[in-house]
Ligand binder design. Structure first.
Ligand SMILES: NC(=O)C1=CN([C@@H]2O[C@H](COP(=O)(O)OP(=O)(O)OC[C@H]3O[C@@H](n4cnc5c(N)ncnc54)[C@H](O)[C@@H]3O)[C@@H](O)[C@H]2O)[C@H](O)CC1
Ligand SMILES: [K+]
Length: 525
């Protein structure tokens, strides 16, 4: 599991009512269970457990483990690399404070603070009379950059120790995503991972991480599969020094004589979710109306009253200047527009979103290998889009699997088989698919997410255009296609829920876009 997926899952638990403090308790308890099992297997007499802790959640796991290990009869020595003031995780701090409150000591616990690197010179662990296990709770999934001095020296010290070394979650110093060690890492005999083995630990292999042990810490499958507030961690932080255009330039190609509102809603949603510059390329018949809707739009007029190949060069030139392109909102299904969209889908080498009309016009074979692509069909559009490459039987199986029963439950009794059967269809393209419905299903390769936000008021015209605009904006801000595809319906639905709270079912897509900024900034739970 990638560290970002683990972090978002972890935070999503909070949104489902399961606190991270509780997860930390489970993590610490499972470390103690594993250490007890290892010590029975490896040692003939009671041993000492030495725990090195850092300033984040990994350190917190160590503090909890200390408590449980004491109750199992072990002697426990904790070496904290940080003072209470320096602990960054509230949950870790709460658990360190519990250890500090246990005075005068009745159980066999010692807690010492390593103030600077010189304190480490004074520790001579190999001289200890008893046998011992060393627990590395310095850094887990939160590691950033090269190890700072004191931490680096501690890793060196741990590696020189004769005792059995057990890394918690990730051997400190090892990149939890790539498995690379840029400088030095704990040379572990065993690595205990929580929930799932982190991608980097798996990639590094047993030679570097020792025997791999996975512990369940009570995270429900839903925390991983549902898109929740924790997934907002996937958004990129804005650089304080950034200037105009650094946070996404987008191009929307759409609109027609009958539909000028659709590209305008997509554009408003793109701006509301952070895009810096928004270009709209639209037929003459729609251009003036769109211009009058916002001074934030940069509107370019097509050559004719509908989009056609005559516009190809102009659009490609614009596309070369932006970070992401959306084809389709309100374009209608003109034959000439179909020719244009098919050539554009082939030639545009920027992240691409295909919305309603474009989905009906673009040939799947032209885009099936494009990774930075999002398509946003509802079920009927999905079936029609895939009809030429997927058997009717596979499509009806697909439909049956995602259908809800009358209590709104998905028939996921054999979850893995069911997901496999959905992905046999969706893996036909390399990009991401947002299958819109009461619950939105988001697919990409082996990944699946389900979005639960939104309400029946969102059947109003334009909410799909808003969704496409959000996808576009997030792609332009350098999110990968799956992260953009899973966050877009979450943000759209959440803004729709706020619009409903304010206006009941009397809200329109334009009203919804006004809440997007606040939802995206995490200002509203
Ligand atoms: N669901 C779960 O799997 C749970 C995991 N838990 C544990 O929490 C950690 C992740 O916690 P987090 O606070 O995000 O990160 P870390 O503990 O890895 O450390 C962050 C901490 O370290 C400092 N830091 C970062 N890089 C460096 C560096 N190069 N040199 C020195 N210091 C560095 C940074 O400033 C932070 O203060 C996960 O791995 C699990 O072990 C929870 O228990 C809940 C459930
Ligand atoms: K660790």
């Amino acid at each position: 599991m990638d560290p970002i997926d683990m972090m978002t899952t972890d935070y999503n638990c909070e949104y489902l009512g399961l606190s991270r403090l509780c997860l930390m308790e489970n993590a610490g308890k499972s470390i103690s269970d594993e250490i007890a099992a290892l010590s029975t297997f490896k040692f003939s007499k009671p041993i000492k457990i030495i725990i090195f802790t850092g300033s984040g959640g990994n350190g917190g796991d160590g503090f909890v483990a200390a408590r449980h290990l004491l109750n199992r009869g072990f002697e426990v020595q904790v070496y904290c690399l940080n003072t209470l003031d320096e602990i960054k995780s509230d949950d870790a701090l709460a658990n360190l404070e519990i250890l500090m409150s246990l005075e005068p000591r009745v159980s066999r616990l010692s807690v010492d603070f390593i103030k600077d690197s010189y304190d480490l010179d004074k520790l001579d662990l190999n001289d200890s009379n008893s046998e011992f296990i060393v627990l590395d709770c310095l850094l887990g999934t939160g590691i950033k950059g090269n190890l700072r001095r004191k931490l680096r020296k501690t890793v060196e010290l741990i590696n020189e120790i004769n005792g059995l070394k057990v890394a918690v979650d990730v051997p400190s110093g090892l990149d939890p995503l790539t498995g690379e060690i840029s400088d030095i890492a704990v040379d572990a005999d065993y690595t205990i991972s929580f929930h799932k083995i982190k991608t980097g630990v798996k990639l590094a292999g047993e030679e570097k991480v020792g025997g791999m042990i996975t512990c369940d810490i009570g995270i429900p499958l839903e925390a991983e599969i549902f898109v929740e507030g924790g997934d907002l961690l996937r958004l990129k932080n804005r650089n304080n020094d950034s200037h105009k255009g650094n946070n996404g330039k987008v191009l929307i190609v759409g609109g027609s004589k009958d539909y000028h509102g659709a590209p305008a809603i997509s554009a408003k949603a793109a701006i509301a979710t952070g895009a810096d510059l928004t270009y709209i390329y639209t037929p003459k018949s729609a251009a003036l109306a769109i211009k009058s809707l916002s001074e934030d739009f940069i509107v370019k007029e097509a050559k004719n009253d509908y989009l056609s190949l005559d516009d190809l060069e102009d659009i490609l030139e614009l596309a070369s200047k932006v970070d992401a392109v959306l084809l389709g909102p309100g374009s209608s299904q003109n034959e000439e527009t179909a020719k244009l969209f098919n050539v554009l889908a082939m030639k545009i080498d920027k992240p691409l979103v295909l919305d309603a009309d474009a989905l009906k016009l673009v040939d799947l074979s032209l885009i099936s290998k494009k990774e930075d692509l999002i398509i946003t069909p509802h079920l009927a559009e999905f079936k029609s889009f895939f009809r030429n490459i997927i058997s009717n039987e596979d499509l009806s199986n697909f439909e049956r699997t995602i259908k809800l029963d009358d209590k709104d439950n998905l028939d996921f009794r054999k979850v893995n088989d069911k997901i496999d059967s959905l992905q046999r269809v969706t893996k036909k393209i390399k990009g991401s698919i947002i299958l819109k419905g009461k619950y939105d299903f988001i697919f990409n390769g082996n990944k699946l997410k389900i979005n639960r936000t939104g309400n029946p008021g969102m059947t109003v015209g334009g909410t799909g255009d808003a969704l496409a605009g959000i996808c576009l904006s997030l792609l332009s801000q350098e999110l990968n296609s799956f992260d953009a595809a899973l966050l877009a319906p979450y943000l759209n639905g959440k803004a729709g829920d706020l619009a409903y709270e304010a206006q009941g079912y009397g809200f329109g897509a334009q009203d919804l876009t006004q809440y997007l900024g606040a939802v995206m900034s995490g200002l509203i739970d």
